[in-house]
Each structure stands twice: as structure tokens, then as C-alpha cells.
Design a protein around this ligand. Structure first.
Ligand code: WT7
Length: 641
């Protein structure tokens, strides 16, 4: 029996993987102590792990003191001060890109940390960020962490109402935003969206505004300050706040099967160790890699694998403001050649949208610098996998299909590039520290290979969710109570004949649209806000590019929709309501106006039937004997889109 050693911090062979895996499961404290050793700690831990899964209590490295930005920045200055930390590629390829070395990034972060303090932010305060993908976003996130403020990034596609919900739930005291953002040919006045949101957010005392587009904005003289004016006078050093291991690092709101998004809370030390460990091992990162994760920092992928993971590892991380199809569908590949990107991490939806374009868009770039490819957010279908492998990786780059969730903090099941098996339509083997199980509906474990069940995790891992902000019971009810002793993922999975995991998809009322999660109840709540609407039911349906699309069945108020000619207007108004309540990203793809919904005698909507109709599978609707009014189903089938 071997003992943990530094080699386990970086796996380099299949044998090494099995050895590390075994140790991590049977001797987690020894294993993770060895992995955590090289970080900068102000004080080391007393206990590596203390976990009571059934109670939803998980603590890692208790007793330790640290600041994650000392590990992302200060730690690298002596050896990597002049190495590029961040490369920023603008939306418009004709604009200049920007490069920041570790020393420069360190100075910017310190300066902005001082700005936050000058504007009254204290340790433990919550700061919300609603920003374009510009360097100031990365700097601001790290500046929060430097002073111990809890950051909560809100994806800049959410509506004013959605911002207000999140700001109020977190009781944020300061918001950081910009005058506007670029998305392909579109420009969006984000400051105006924030202004509208903050009308109902009394906790916010200050707003810091980045001048990005140079657009005129309304500045509230009591509340709003300019990023550049504040930073100009700020000192370029700022002592890092000493944090406890379990102090919250950030909140990130995510949707579940209930109507209201919840604030997933991640800790400081455990998250740090997990982000760094998973990043280095999954992508098999080397010192000279140029790494590009296309995710927005508004999602967890951007937190763990654009920002924290790469910076903790001392890597060069590329941040892209734009979209894959602007100015044309070759943009990703152009950026890869331009900056010699060696590791590329993107989403299946992006690959599928580019697959639909003429092949010349990718064939006209060399892509010689690429070494490793990654996929995240939803299952990557075999067709997309092969296209990615053949045309982007030229058959010589391992693909890692990384399964994880906002709640898991980092990658859980994935190939380690070039080391463990990478098979199309399989996420693969669990990472060290991850003990996945398949459960029957009754909670019993399914043994052996070639089996399917609910995916749950049986052992605590450093990066796991600690709580849901302001409501620990909700975390317990959602993740730990369904199957006591396990963390419940909400996904169904298959363990194939070789023990590789294939993620099938959600088993709860969550739909995954282009890798973004929405609760069906959340979209229904939004639709029901429309004055024309009495009731609605939302389901997902297979979508060629998005993975899943949103299909809404809607019952209108009497008189709201008297004839066919009224329909387009009513549908447009429903879409407008969803865009206002949640944002463009949650826009229904199809709306079907119905006079009734299929319900059981006890009044429960039979979503199974609605899903079948949305999928176009009306031949076999299964058991419909419990339906209150079978005629409703015939009408729905006739009107299906
Ligand atoms: C849900 C989590 C992972 C960070 C981005 C999304 C689905 C995610 C995969 C994958 C199959 C995947 C799952 C999961 N999912 N990655 N590689 N294969 N499904 O984070 O918004 O928290 O969504 O995305 O259904 O539960 P998220």
C-alpha cells in the first residue's frame, strides 16, 4: 500500500490514476493533505475533512487560514511575474487584444480591492457583478476575494427582474457593471438594466461602472462611481484578507426544480484545492500552455476554469468577449491560431452551431497549436464529438467530456487528457475523490457494470456546495435529503460495460438549454405573469443546436385569444414577459395555446404526456387512464407545433 506523495497531485499515467483514485477514496485525509501541501497557507488546517452527508454538513481544511488570491497571484510573482496570466480577445477582431502578466494582474486586482474598500465594502459583504466579458470582470472578481467580500456574478443576459431577485436574496451592498456590452453585431446598455433592477434593491449603496463602450449613462451622484476614476488614485498593493477555510468565497445562482433560483455557496479552501487539482489533471496542463475556456464568467465554468483553476495553476488563460459566429463562423479557430491556443474548452451547443456552417470556416485555419480539447455543459452527442475530433483536433487531440455541476465546484467525471479512456458519448471515469453511485428510485445502490440509475455521490469532496445562501434547509432538502448519505445530482446516468459513465440527462424538472439550466417551474412562473395567461406547463424537447429547447403549453384567459389571428400577438406578448422576467436566454422556442392541460384527477399535470407531444412522439403516450379529461390530449396532439 503506497502512501500519498506529490506525484498524486499530478497524475501522469493510467496506473497513477488508479493509485491516486484508490488512495483518495480509502484515505481521503492523507490524500488531500498531500495535494493541498504546496499552496500558500497563512495557517495549516487542523482537520482535512469533517463530513456528515446526511446532514448536508461538509467541512474541508478546518482551522486553516488563507486567501485564494495569494494563491492565484502573489504565489506566482517570484517565478511567473512576467508570464501572461490573462489574454483578452475583444468582440471585434479589428480592435486590439490585451495581455496582462501575473504582475500586472496582481496590481490591477490590488488597486480595485482598494477601490472596493474605499467604497465601503467589508469582509463578508456581498458584491454582485453584472458585466461584459472584459478584463475588469476578472479583476473585480479577484478583488472581492482579496478583501474577503463574497462575489456573486450574474450572467449579463439576465433581465432586470432576475438581477433584482439575486441582488435582494444576497443582500448585496455594491454592484459592479459597465456602460454597455458587445455581443457580435449587437450592443446592450447593461447599466440601464442595472438601474432598472436597483429600483427595488434597497441594500445596494454603491455602483461601480466600467467605461467600456464609451456610451453616455445616467450616473446617480450619490450612488454611482466610475471604475477608471476610482482606480486611478488607488494604491497598487493591498494586503490580502486572512480567510478561514470554510468562509464563503462566492455565491452563484442556479435553477432547480422549484420556481426560485438558489444561491449555491462555495467555500474558500476546499474550492481552491478542487479547482486547481481538477484543472491541472483533467487538461494535463503544462507550463507553456495557452488555455482557452469559452464560457462566460457568469456561469460556474467561467469561475472554475477561466479564472480560478488556471490562475491557481499559474497558467495563461484566454478570455473572449465575443461569440463563435462573429464576424463569421471561423472566429473560434481564428482566435486559436492568433494566440496559439493549446487547450480549448467549449460547449457542445457551440460545436453544433458551428458544424451547421460550411466546413471551410474551420478548414482554413491550421489549429496546429491545439493539444487538448474539452467539452462541458451537456452530453456531447457522438456526431458533434466526431466533428470536434476530426476537424478541430485533427484526430490528434484527446477530448475530455467533463461532467459536473454548479454545485460540484469542479469537474467530477471526465477523462484525464491522454491518460484515462475518452470515448464518444461517455464522460468516463470519476476523478480522484469522487465516488459516484447509481441508485434505484428507492435509494438502493445498483451494483456492477452495464447499469442505469440516478447518479449520486457517496463521499464528500473538497469542492462541493456548502449551503444555499440564506437557507441551509433548502440545500439539505434539495441535495442531501432525497437519498440520505448521498449528494443527489438530479442526473440519470449509465455505467457501461467498462465502468465508464454516460450522463443521460436530468431526472428532475430541469431543462438544459445550450448548457444553461432552467427549472420548468421558473419559466412557468414567468409565463403566468402575463396578463393573458391563466396557466402554463413547460417541458423540454430535443433541439438540434441547443440540446434542449423550451416548449410551453399555455391556457389563455377567456377573450384574450378569440381566433387564429390573435395568436401571434399573444405569443409575442408571452415571449416578452419571459424575456422581462428571466432574460432572452429563457425564451420559449415553441408556444402552443391550449384550452386545457392533461391532469390527473388529483389535479397534477401529466408532464410525461406533454413531453411526448413536444418530442413529436404521439404514437405511444403510455398509460392515460388516470387522466381527468382524455379529450384534452387529443386537442393538444392536433395543435402540436
Ligand atoms: C448540469 C449542470 C458543468 C458546468 C456547466 C453547467 C449537465 C454538465 C455535462 C456533461 C452531460 C452534463 C448535467 C448537469 N451536464 N456537463 N459533460 N455531460 N451532462 O453547469 O448549469 O450547473 O448544469 O448540466 O445535467 O446536472 P450547471
Amino acid at each position: 500500500m503506497s502512501t500519498p506523495n506529490p506525484q498524486h497531485a499530478r497524475i501522469r499515467s493510467l496506473e497513477g490514476y488508479h493509485e491516486a483514485y484508490h488512495l483518495s477514496i480509502h484515505h481521503p485525509a492523507e490524500f488531500w493533505a498531500a495535494v493541498a501541501e504546496p499552496f500558500t497557507w497563512r495557517r495549516k488546517w487542523d482537520t482535512v475533512v469533517d463530513s456528515d452527508m446526511a446532514a448536508g454538513r461538509n467541512e474541508w481544511f478546518a482551522g486553516a487560514r488563507l486567501n485564494i488570491t495569494e494563491n492565484c497571484l502573489d504565489r506566482h510573482l517570484a517565478t511567473r511575474g512576467n508570464k501572461l496570466a490573462l489574454i483578452w480577445e475583444p468582440n471585434d477582431p479589428k480592435e486590439r487584444h490585451l495581455r496582462l502578466t501575473y504582475r500586472e494582474l496582481y496590481q490591477h486586482v490590488c488597486q480595485f480591492a482598494n477601490v472596493l474598500m474605499n467604497n465601503g465594502v467589508e469582509k463578508g459583504d456581498r458584491v454582485c457583478l453584472y458585466m461584459p466579458m472584459i478584463p475588469e470582470l476578472a479583476i473585480a472578481v479577484l478583488a472581492c476575494a482579496r478583501i474577503g467580500a463574497v462575489h456573486s456574478v450574474i450572467f449579463a443576459g439576465f433581465s432586470a427582474t432576475a438581477i433584482a431577485d439575486r441582488v435582494n436574496d444576497a443582500q448585496a451592498s455594491l454592484v459592479i457593471t459597465a456602460d454597455g456590452l458587445n455581443r457580435g453585431t449587437k450592443q446592450i446598455p447593461v447599466k440601464r438594466v442595472v438601474d432598472e433592477a436597483l429600483e427595488t434593491c434597497p441594500s445596494v449603496r454603491k455602483v461601480v461602472v466600467v467605461e467600456h463602450l464609451g456610451w453616455p449613462v445616467q450616473m446617480d451622484p450619490e450612488r454611482d462611481v466610475w471604475y477608471h476614476e476610482e482606480t486611478d488614485n488607488a494604491a497598487k498593493t493591498c494586503p490580502a484578507e486572512e480567510m478561514k477555510a470554510e468562509d464563503p468565497l462566492f455565491i452563484l445562482y442556479t435553477s432547480g426544480s422549484t420556481g426560485k433560483p438558489k444561491g449555491v455557496v462555495h467555500s474558500t479552501a476546499g474550492y481552491m484545492v478542487w479547482a486547481d487539482y481538477t484543472f491541472r489533471n483533467v487538461f494535463q496542463v503544462e507550463e507553456n500552455d495557452v488555455y482557452w475556456c469559452t464560457a462566460d464568467i457568469g456561469w460556474v465554468t467561467g469561475h472554475s476554469y477561466l479564472l480560478y483553476g488556471p490562475l491557481l495553476a499559474g497558467s495563461t488563460s484566454l478570455m473572449f468577449e465575443g461569440i463563435p459566429t462573429y464576424p463569421d463562423a471561423g472566429r473560434f479557430w481564428e482566435v486559436i491560431d492568433k494566440h496559439s491556443v493549446s487547450i480549448f474548452y467549449t460547449a457542445p451547443t457551440a460545436i453544433r452551431s458551428l458544424m451547421a456552417e460550411p466546413l471551410d470556416n474551420v478548414l482554413s485555419y491550421s489549429l496546429d497549436s491545439l493539444r487538448v480539447l474539452g467539452s462541458v455543459g451537456e452530453p456531447i452527442n457522438a456526431e458533434a464529438w466526431h466533428w470536434y475530433n476530426e476537424h478541430v483536433g485533427k484526430g490528434r487531440c484527446p477530448i475530455v467530456d467533463t461532467w459536473w455541476q454548479t454545485e460540484t465546484g469542479g469537474i467530477m467525471i471526465s477523462a484525464l487528457a491522454g491518460i484515462t479512456p475518452s470515448v464518444p458519448a461517455r464522460a468516463g471515469l470519476p476523478l480522484p475523490g469522487v465516488l459516484p453511485v447509481l441508485l434505484n428510485q428507492d435509494g438502493s445502490e445498483i451494483e456492477g457494470n452495464d447499469q442505469e440509475g440516478y447518479l449520486a455521490i457517496k463521499q464528500s469532496w473538497p469542492g462541493m456546495i456548502r449551503t444555499t445562501y440564506g437557507d441551509h434547509d433548502r440545500a439539505v432538502q434539495t441535495y442531501f435529503a432525497p437519498y440520505p448519505g448521498y449528494y443527489f445530482t438530479g442526473d440519470g446516468a449509465r455505467r457501461d460495460e467498462n465502468g465508464l459513465y454516460r450522463i443521460i440527462g436530468r431526472v428532475d424538472d430541469v431543462i438544459n438549454v445550450s448548457g444553461h439550466r432552467f427549472g420548468t417551474a421558473e419559466i412557468e412562473n414567468a409565463i403566468n405573469e402575463n396578463p393573458n395567461v391563466v396557466e402554463s406547463a413547460v417541458v423540454g424537447f430535443p433541439h438540434d443546436v441547443k440540446g434542449q429547447g423550451i416548449y410551453a403549453y399555455v391556457i389563455c384567459r377567456e377573450g384574450a385569444c378569440r381566433n387564429e389571428a390573435d395568436m401571434p400577438r399573444v405569443e409575442a406578448s408571452i415571449i416578452e414577459t419571459v424575456v422581462a422576467e428571466i432574460g432572452k436566454i429563457a425564451r420559449p422556442d415553441k408556444i402552443q395555446l391550449v384550452s386545457g392541460l392533461p391532469k390527473t384527477r388529483s389535479g397534477k399535470i401529466m408532464r410525461r404526456i406533454l413531453r411526448k407531444v413536444a418530442e413529436g412522439e404521439t404514437g405511444n403516450l403510455g398509460d392515460t387512464t388516470t387522466l381527468l379529461d382524455p379529450a384534452v390530449v387529443d386537442e393538444i396532439i392536433r395543435g402540436a407545433k
